[in-house]
Design a protein around this ligand. Sequence first.
Ligand SMILES: Cc1ncc(COP(=O)(O)O)c(C=O)c1O
Length: 274
Amino acid sequence: MAGGQPFSIENLRQVHAFCKKNGIRVILDATRMVENAYFNKIREKGYQDKSIAEILREICSLSDGCTMSGKKDLLVNIGGFLALQEHEREVFEEARNMVVIYEGLHTYGGLAGRDMEAMSRGIEEAVNLDHIRARVGQIEYVGEKLLSIGVPIVQPIGGHAIFLDAKQFLPQLKQIEFPAQTLAAELYLDSGIRAMERGIVSAGRNKQTGDHYYPKLELVRLTFPRRVYTQAHCDVTAESVEAVYETRKAVKGLKLVYEPKYLRFFQARFERLR
Ligand SMILES: Cc1ncc(COP(=O)(O)O)c(C=O)c1O
C-alpha cells in the first residue's frame, strides 16, 4: 500500500473497518511506510504533534500484519521480514515453519546475524525526524529544480522518488516506441544515472492474447538511495534531466529485441529506432 502516493490514516482506517466487516485481512507493504508516516505528520490533520514512531504504530494497528523490505527505509543492504499481529498466531506459525524450507532456520530466516543487527539499528535510525526530513528534502530540492525549468513531473513531489512524465516529455513517441524506457536510456547515456521505467515495459503482456498492456501512464522513476547523495549529486541529476530535456525533440524511440519470460522490465534489451 505504501509503494506509490502516500495514503492517509483516515483512508486506511476505513479500509481496515471495511475489511474487518467482510473477513478480509489487511497486510501492509510496509517497505516505504516511514516516508508515508512523515507525510501523514506534515499533511494530515491531527498528526502534527505525533512522532513518526507513534504514527507508524497507529498505521500498524490498522492492519493484520505487514511485509517489509529492509533495503529501503531501514537503511540496510539486505533483509526484510514478515510481521503478524498476535491474533494471527496460526498464520505466523505456518509462515515460520515455511521459512525453514525456503529461506533458512527460523531463528535467522536466511540472514546473517550482522544483517539482522544492522536492520535493528536501522529501525531506530529510520524514525528520526531530522533524517527523514533531510531525505525527503533532497527529493523536493531536485523536484523543484525540474519544475522551475518546465520539466513535466508527477505532483505532488513524492518521498522516495521523482517521476518524470515521459508522455509529455517525449510527445513525438508512440507508446509502442517505449517513451519511458527511451527517456531512462537517454538519461543513462547523458550522465550514467540509472532510472526505472514504469510504463508499457513494466506493464507486461496479457497472458491470454499475448498483447502488450498499454497503461495510461509512462513514467520514469528517479529513486533516491538514502544517505548516499550529496547536494552535488542532486545538482548533477537535475542538470542531466535538463540536458535531455533540451534535446528532447531529436530523441527517437526504441524497439524491443530481447524479452525474458518473467518481469521483462528487469532484463529486456532494446535498440534505438533510426
Ligand atoms: C513498496 C515496495 N515494496 C517491495 C519492494 C520489493 O523489495 P525487495 O527488492 O526487497 O523484494 C519494493 C522495491 O522497490 C518496494 O518499493
